[in-house]
Design a protein around this ligand. Structure first.
Ligand code: ACO
Length: 163
């Protein structure tokens, strides 16, 4: 298992990873319109963390938009392919994503609209339903969406999440 921080930056290998992620998100998030997934995964303001098997196949990932000025990120999609779920990969994926976001994007918070059936997963990853980030720092940046529960995770600038 390994992780890659992936940007849509014209690198052909990155495009292969992004296609793999798009396919997993489309299958695991059936309520999300496919065009919306494609648009965000390939958007240049979004970053993705791809979870790879030893043979290089993408088996999961997280896509988030980094608002660098505001120092927070919005997780748009998070999924692990069905036959690899409940093996602990989802936890490792989130820890690695926090670490990339903390060190490469200098983010201090993640926000996400969690699907109701994924609230338990996000709670186990340190997310809370209480949002402590000042309203002025995020309102207007992420759009309200009633299909889920807004959740927050605070990332201390000096805490390593993968140690
Ligand atoms: N509800 C409650 N708890 C859960 C859920 C869930 N849906 N999924 C996993 N957990 C728990 C596990 O039991 C485990 O608990 P433990 O540490 O006490 O054993 C912990 O969360 C982590 O489990 P992992 O094995 O690390 O997680 P997994 O590899 O299965 O990945 C994920 C979790 C990403 C939610 C996966 O199940 C998945 O892809 N689901 C379908 C897609 C989905 O719902 N994604 C989130 C949508 S919301 C969004 O994308 C913003």
């Amino acid at each position: 298992i390994s992780f890659r921080y992936v940007l849509n930056n014209d690198d052909p290998q990155n495009l292969i990873y992004l296609v793999g992620l798009k396919n997993i998100f489309s299958k695991q998030l059936p309520n999300m319109p496919k065009e919306y997934i494609v648009r965000l995964v390939f958007d240049r303001r979004h970053r993705s963390v791809a979870l790879l098997k030893r043979n290089g196949a993408v088996i999961g990932g997280i896509t988030y938009r980094a608002f660098h000025q505001q120092a927070f990120g919005e997780i748009a999609f998070c999924a692990v392919t069905s036959h690899e779920q409940v093996k602990g990969y989802g936890t490792r994926l989130m820890n690695q994503t926090k670490e990339f976001a903390r060190t490469l994007d200098r983010l201090t918070h993640f926000l996400t609209y969690a699907d109701n059936n994924a609230v338990g997963y996000f709670e186990k990853q340190g997310f809370t339903k209480e949002v402590t980030l000042e309203w002025e720092r995020w309102q207007g940046y992420i759009k309200d969406y009633d299909g889920g529960t807004l959740m927050e995770c605070v990332m201390h600038p000096r805490i390593c999440f993968t140690a």
